[in-house]
Design a protein. Structure first.
Lengths: 928, 116
């Protein structure tokens, strides 16, 4: 029994199944249709309707020429808004929109024709929201009334809507095409063009579209687009509506739907690297209703376009960066290799004359060659330093290396070369350095700050003064450089710390430099956690003040690290900043009277006169009455030959000879003994005492003259030979010593200019090259001093007033076992050539080490009286082997040292030999 | 290619190793003539770059030792000053003499000698 219906009548069992359509059929007034009431339906109709209602697959059956429709729940979506009025209605009316298409076929099947089926067929249906594109897979087949398969009956439609799948796959294909076609693009504009082409192909989904690009001010310009006619790089001007839609999208940064004359449209935001760069406007195909699936797809299209544009943009950026880097690399390599090449010239000028000289059996350098080599050496050193600087700035700034540093001492060492340079330029440079303690700091960055600020002050002060101060309180260290120079304009003061800025100045001061000094200082101050301030006005000088946090070191300064620090950067910078360098070419002095000078020693005036007369043709003479007088004269005057009597009061001939031989300064002086005693014994004893020849009284003039001549000649030959040998040895040694440091420096430069070397190795190469430069610098200077001496040219000292203890400390920095005996008491200042004096002390400590056996020490004392001065002693405590004691005359470095000492108004001598202690005494002038 | 670099100077070892290994060669370093001879007993190399003065021992002593054993490995004598070298000895030992200031040509010379 079926449950009673709402109208009170019992439901027809045909409709007694689940579903909306079953209920509707049950309560439908079938009497209004050609079918009539269900109770009267033929069994075949009832069977088919019952089947349709009970099936879950979308079906409809239409009866007779009136195509009366009976359909099931599954079929409802196909009807859309036509449901439920379509029940019992005429299919032709309900699907009037496609009846032209399907009508004839429906009639044919109704008439008993063959069943028809097809897949994914496109129908434009009206389901209530306007005509829409749909796809169906369907089958139409004949149903007969009499069950015989012929004659009158109806049409059964079984279908599946495929719209989702077909459109979905079409949309997916478009997304794929977008990806694929824009993937390789490395140009955002090109990516947009390609994207527009792809979208233009989507005729069924998109009617038109255009990409609007935003410029930096945010205004949107219509770019490439497409229409039904195909893609175009510029489409006809947009309507106000379109522009409005696009701008709304831009400001909201969200997909925005709207309606244009052409139909529905959507504006999608396009992003690249997270930033909004444009809007894609798409005119949607009217047949595609804007449902959620559609919106989702459009959002995906927007994303895809964003990605394409974004990737292209970042690829373009990447390419630009790679190109810029390659250019920079090329420029850097070219710079380094050009300058590297430039090194060859001064190197050749330096080594060339050496090679030539050494090829000669009597190697010698002319004064002109020495001068040229001097200039080449300076140029070489300056070039290399400049290269190392430039290369170091290219290398990634390394993290601060913190060490325990005695900052005050380091600062004094760094400023000293500038004091010297300032003197040469007529400036006063005053340094006031307080003791700030052993601090934990990066010494290289501190050095940058000190030398660059000091160099700038000197550079920009044509005349006047520079003051350098270092002090501290508990919290901070203050380093200040003040000058009376040309000053800096207010406007420029913020720019001076930028790289490569060099401010235009009105003054005629010619200023060299790369403009990097203050940038380096700023970076160094920043990385040390400090501040830098400048106070300045044009014409009123400048004050630069650096304040750093004062961090005390936990451990004392490591002497090895302290020793490894060089001041060469300061020295080179100082050389460069003085406006007019001292002329290098010295005026050649007229050669002195080159006749030999002879000392005649005899207590008898007659003999003195006679010998003087005889020797008058040979050379000039000086006379002395006895050995003591002779020694006094020899202390002041240089002679080439001594002719001496043997018997004299106070000090006789043998005594004189013995004293002469014992004194290193005179040990090589030729002596001819005049004796009244004949006999081989007397001769032997004179000769074994050290005389070079022996003449017995009475002697003829010819004999004396001949003996003197031959002695002088022999001595000259011996000296020349020794000098030649010495020169050759010096040249060879210099050439040899030059090779290894130059090799390191050249290799370091190669490493900096070639690819395939990692950053860490490059940085290390720079460090090593710099430390060899220190040695190279000293070598070159020592050699050139030696050459000047050998060529008879004066050494030109630069004098400054320096603290002696500081000087000594610097000189022995790189030797670890030298003790400084500073028990003198108060500080002593000396007036000297600091660099040369340091080199002298260095030479002395090395020589004393070779001869002595004990520990090495340096001490000093101030002498007053007739010959005031400061005596600096370098000694090796402990017994010395007499044979190994150095002789001032034979050792080149000692020769140079002696000359350098003399050039600055001092002396160098061996200390007392009798105690067999290896000892040198360098006499310096005390500064007033 | 395997290259041995012998020099008593640490900086020279560092820069020469860097310049040779950037060509893709394996570089071994030693610090004296004695150490070099010991290394040559353990392994063989395609080219040797030897300093002359590297006590104990010297570059020429190593060369003489090798040649005495019939070893013809190419040798570059990389020296600070060639004028003091005994030419007869260097020719007898079949070594190529290069000065330290020609270091920028060293890699090319090693490449040529090693057939790389």
């Amino acid at each position: 029994m079926s449950p009673p219906s709402a109208a009170g009548t019992a439901r027809d069992p045909l409709f007694a199944c689940a579903g909306e359509m079953a209920e509707r059929c049950a309560s439908f007034d079938w009497a209004t249709t050609p079918l009539g009431v269900p109770a009267g339906w033929p069994p075949s109709v009832r069977a088919v309707v019952g089947m349709v209602l009970r099936s879950h697959f979308p079906m409809t059956v239409t009866w007779g020429e009136s195509f009366v429709m009976v359909y099931n729940d599954g079929y409802i979506p196909t009807l859309g808004a036509k449901h439920p009025t379509a029940l019992g209605s005429n299919l032709a009316h309900e699907f009037a929109e496609i009846w032209d298409e399907i009508g004839p076929r429906q009639h044919a099947i109704l008439a008993g024709g063959e069943s028809e089926s097809d897949e994914d067929v496109r129908f434009i249906l009206e389901r209530g929201s306007g005509p829409e594109e749909t796809f169906y897979t369907f089958c139409w087949s004949h149903v007969s009334l009499d069950g015989q398969g012929q004659g009158p009956g109806g049409v059964l439609t079984v279908l599946t809507e495929r719209t989702g799948e077909v459109v979905g796959s079409r949309r997916l294909a478009l997304l794929n095409a977008l990806t694929v076609r824009t993937a390789a693009s490395a140009d955002p504009d090109e990516a947009v063009e390609r994207m527009v082409h792809v979208l233009a192909d989507a005729h069924d989904d998109l009617v038109h579209g255009a990409y609007y690009a935003a410029d930096t001010s945010g205004s949107l310009t219509r770019g490439p687009g497409f229409s039904a006619a195909g893609p175009a790089s510029s489409t006809p001007g947009p309507g106000a509506l379109a522009q409005g839609l696009v701008e709304t999208c831009w400001s909201s940064a969200e997909p925005t739907e709207g309606h244009l004359d052409t139909g529905p449209a959507v504006a999608l935001p396009v992003r690249a690297s997270g930033r909004l760069v444009g809007v894609l406007l798409l005119g949607l195909h009217p047949l595609r209703p804007l449902d959620d699936a559609h919106r989702q797809w459009l959002a995906l299209v927007g994303d895809q376009v964003s990605q394409a544009v974004g990737t292209a943009a970042s690829r373009a950026d990447e390419q630009a960066r790679v190109e810029a880097l390659a250019q920079l690399d090329a420029a850097k390599s070219e710079f380094l290799s050009t300058v590297s090449h430039e090194l060859r010239t001064p190197l050749t000028l330096l080594l060339g004359p050496l090679d030539d000289a050494l090829a000669d059996p009597e190697p010698a350098l002319t004064p002109a060659q020495v001068t040229s080599m001097h200039q080449s050496a300076h140029r070489l050193l300056r070039l290399v330093n400049g290269l190392l600087d430039a290369a170091q700035r290219d290398v990634e700034p390394r993290a601060p290396v913190t060490e325990a540093v005695a900052v005050s001492a380091l600062t004094r060492d760094l400023v000293l070369p500038f004091e010297v340079a300032a003197l040469r330029g007529g400036l006063t440079l005053t340094t006031t350095v307080d003791e700030v303690g052993v601090l934990s700091i990066d010494p290289a960055r501190w050095e940058s700050i000190v030398i660059n600020l000091t160099a700038n002050a000197v550079k920009y002060t044509p005349s006047g003064w520079v003051e350098v101060e270092l002090d501290s309180d508990a919290e901070h260290v203050r380093f200040e450089v003040r000058d009376s120079g040309i000053g800096i304009r207010q406007d420029d003061q913020s720019r001076i710390f930028d790289r490569f800025q060099r401010i235009e100045t009105d003054s005629s001061v010619s200023v060299e430099g790369t403009g990097l000094g203050l940038a380096v200082v700023a970076e160094a101050v920043r990385s040390l956690g400090g501040t830098i301030d400048v106070t300045s006005a044009p014409g009123e000088g400048s004050t630069f003040t650096v304040r750093l946090p004062r961090v005390l070191a936990l451990a004392p300064e490591d002497p090895d690290s302290a020793g490894a620090r060089s001041t060469i950067a300061a020295e080179v910078l100082a050389r460069d900043v003085t406006a007019s360098p001292a002329p290098d070419a010295p005026p050649l002095e007229p050669p002195p009277d080159d006749r030999p000078r002879i000392l005649v020693v005899d207590d008898n005036e007659g003999i003195r006169q006679r010998v003087t007369g005889v020797l008058g043709t040979l050379g000039s003479t000086i006379t002395a009455r006895d050995g003591i007088e002779a020694l006094e004269i020899l202390a002041d005057v240089q002679v080439d030959l001594v002719v001496t009597d043997m018997t004299m009061p106070r000090l006789n001939g043998l005594g004189l000879i013995a004293r002469l031989r014992a004194d290193p300064q005179h040990s090589g002086l030729p002596v001819i003994a005049l004796s009244a005693r004949a006999g081989t014994d007397a001769a032997t004893s004179a000769l074994s005492a050290g005389a070079d020849d022996y003449v017995t009284k009475p002697f003829t003039s010819e004999e004396l003259l001949a003996r003197c001549r031959s002695t002088l000649e022999l001595t000259r030959l011996r000296t020349e030979h020794a000098a030649t040998a010495a020169r050759a040895a010096m040249l060879a040694e210099f050439s040899h010593d030059l090779q290894t440091p130059m090799s390191v420096v050249m290799s370091a430069l190669e490493m900096l200019s070639l690819p395939g070397v990692d950053e860490a190795a490059r940085a290390e190469a720079v460090v090593r090259a710099r430390s060899r430069m220190v040695v190279l610098d000293r070598l070159v200077r020592q050699f050139l001093d030696g050459s000047r001496i050998a060529a008879g040219l004066p050494l030109l000292p630069v004098t400054a007033s320096v603290d002696l203890h500081d000087l000594v400390r610097r000189a022995v920095l790189d030797q670890r076992d030298v003790s400084i005996d500073a028990t003198f008491g108060q500080p002593v200042r000396v007036r000297c050539d600091p660099r040369r004096t340091e080199q002298i002390l260095r030479t002395l400590t090395m020589r004393v080490r070779e001869s002595g056996s004990g520990s090495i020490g340096v001490r000093w004392s101030v002498e007053g009286g007739d010959s005031p001065g400061v005596d600096v002693e370098v000694y090796a405590a402990g017994p010395a082997e007499p044979a190994r004691l150095p002789r001032l005359g034979n050792d080149l470095d000692l020769l140079v040292s002696g000359a350098a000492a003399a050039a600055q108004g001092g002396t160098l001598s061996l200390g007392s030999i009798t105690r067999h202690e290896a000892r040198f005494v360098l006499r310096l002038t005390e500064a007033s | 290619m395997n290259v041995l670099v012998a020099d008593d100077d640490e900086d020279i070892r560092f820069v020469v190793s860097a310049l040779l290994s950037r060509r893709g060669w394996n570089v071994t370093t030693t610090t004296s003539g004695e150490e070099t001879l010991a290394a040559l007993r353990e392994a063989s190399f395609d080219v040797l770059v030897l300093d002359q003065n590297m006590p104990p021992g010297s570059g020429l002593e190593v060369a003489d030792d090798l040649r005495g054993r019939g070893d013809q490995t190419p040798i570059v004598l990389f020296t600070g000053f060639s004028a003091t070298l005994d030419r007869a000895r260097t020719e007898g030992a079949g070594v190529v003499v290069m000065e330290k200031t020609d270091v920028t040509s060293l890699a090319d010379e090693v490449a040529a000698l090693g057939g790389a």
